[in-house]
Ligand binder design. Structure first.
Ligand code: NAD
Length: 467
């Protein structure tokens, strides 16, 4: 029996088998998680389908109240959940606690008010009402960098809109989500929320299931393509929040020390494992050496270690595959540039990599062109800001981007020409649940958060009456 259960049709159940969950700070298993059989997956989808009509028929206020109760439960258990999150994900405990409390707040502020009926015409004997109807069974799938908050964001929006859910966390970070589901089960009618484990085989089974109406997916672009293909058969609605290779474009009117502080925070948060982390920095000739030196000093001062230890600022990479990938990118980058900032201690075990930069590297190298999703930032020198903008835009991705300048108009003129869904000025990233978030190009499509994101969990229905 695993250390956590799955939630299927209101019951807490074991899986067909268990998998080990590894603590990345120790590089060894510390708990087990269940994996569902195919029959259990079908049962989870069937339970969500059966629960749908009654849940969709509840009032928005009732659904908001149920989600509010889920938020209260998460908050009451925040310390326990945060410890699990740190152990399975690696992030410092203080950040894990922020993620759990943020997830509680997401449940509590879930609101369906934006979905109220709209009368778009009422004259000359014709009345047109636009409605937002829920879709049915929604599958939510997320990556391992913010396992709880990304999942709760999807679940809260799906449920408040009147859908029912089958949720699947990433195989390497299932515990916090399953533990949270065990707790909030009592606040929801049976079948409304189902949460299953995964050994890496479950995603395609859910995304191709004929009774699933919508998929809300966060993960890599490569997997996003597969999800899209699977959704095609039954034309499932789809939101894809995928990878990114966010560029920060620093203009020559910046203060190097200040801008280096902003770049450091934007690149290395969560040890670089943020979809909208700064993944490339374009810095002008005039500031280049100073910005690189400042960044290197900040990297050298970083406290890297086990997230359970007080004072840790940066945890390990979340899993061995990602650790190996980032190490490979660093080895390759060392052939094309100069590594700076990689000095300081590391724990003996675990998937640790210290924050570091690579200077004198340029486009056309793996570290610049690919998404590293780890704590190593290429800093690219430029002479002409128009050329730097063109290089920043020459990417298949288009998630976020930023412009750094003390001149607001100049910054704005570059920001408007960045080809990404979100652009920030003098900060990166800057996300909020009331602000829409959407990737451009191969960073995905569809919107998350805000009213625009909520609408994606619905189908528009127009009722035209002759009266
Ligand atoms: P991944 O695509 O390998 O996995 C993401 C999720 O998809 C996991 O739960 C995984 O089990 C599941 N999955 C794998 N194969 C599947 C399939 N064929 N069908 C359905 N589901 C499947 O991504 P990852 O490596 O775990 O996460 C890192 C990536 O996620 C990075 O590219 C990062 O930028 C991206 N990401 C994007 C956002 C965003 O909002 N845009 C947020 C966080 C992470």
């Amino acid at each position: 029996m695993a250390d956590v259960s799955m939630l299927i049709d209101g019951a807490l159940v074991d899986g067909e088998r268990d998998i080990d969950v590894v603590n990345p700070a120790l590089a060894e298993p510390f708990a087990t998680a269940p994996v569902p059989s195919d029959a259990q997956l079908d049962q989870a989808v069937a339970a969500a389908k059966a629960a749908y009509p009654a849940w969709a028929a509840t009032s928005v206020a009732e659904r908001e109240a149920a989600l509010h109760a889920c938020g209260d439960i998460l908050e009451a258990n925040a310390d326990m959940l945060a410890r699990i999150l740190t152990q399975e994900q690696g992030k410092p405990l203080v950040n894990a606690l922020r993620e759990v409390n943020g997830s509680a707040a997401t449940f509590r502020r879930a609101s369906g008010k934006a979905l109220a009926d709209r009368t778009s015409e009422d004259a000359d004997g014709r009345r047109i009402v636009q409605r937002r109807r829920p879709l049915g069974v929604v599958v939510t799938i997320v990556a391992w960098n913010f396992p709880l908050s990304m999942m709760v964001g999807k679940i809260a929006a799906a449920l408040v809109a009147g859908n029912t859910v089958v949720a699947k966390p990433a195989p390497t970070t299932p515990l916090t989500t399953l533990r949270a589901a065990m707790l909030i089960a009592e606040a929801l009618p049976k079948g409304v929320l189902n949460v299953v484990g995964d050994d890496g085989t479950v995603g395609p089974k859910l995304t191709s299931h004929p009774d699933v109406r919508r998929i809300s997916f966060t993960g890599s672009t490569a997997t996003g393509r597969k999800v899209m293909a699977n959704a095609a058969d039954t034309l499932k609605r789809l939101t894809l929040e995928l990878g990114g290779n966010d560029a920060a474009l620093v203009l020559d009117d910046c203060n190097p020390k200040e801008v280096a502080g902003g770049l450091f925070t934007g690149a290395f948060g969560n040890s670089g494992q943020i979809c909208v982390a700064i993944k490339r920095a374009y810095v002008p000739d005039a500031l280049y050496d100073d910005v690189c030196d400042e960044l290197a000093t900040l990297c050298e001062g970083a406290i890297v270690g086990d997230g359970l230890e007080q004072g840790t600022q940066f945890g390990p990479l979340q899993n061995k595959a990602q650790f190996d990938r980032v190490r490979g990118l660093i080895d390759d980058a060392a052939q094309h540039g100069t590594i700076m900032g990689d000095s300081g201690t590391l724990p003996e075990h675990g998937y640790f990599i210290r924050p570091q930069i690579v200077r004198d590297i340029s486009d056309g190298t793996r570290l610049v062109d690919e998404e590293q999703f780890g704590p190593v930032l290429p800093v690219i020198r430029y002479e002409d800001p128009e050329d730097a903008l063109a290089r920043a835009n020459a990417s298949p991705y288009g998630l976020g981007g930023s412009v750094w300048s003390t001149n607001p108009e100049r910054a704005r003129s570059f920001a408007e020409r960045m080809e990404s869904g979100s652009v920030w000025i003098n900060r990166h990233p800057d996300l909020a649940h009331h602000i829409p978030f959407a990737g451009a190009n191969q960073s995905g499509f569809g919107v998350e958060y805000a009213d625009e994101g909520l609408e994606e969990f619905t189908q528009i229905q127009v009722i035209t009456a002759r009266v």
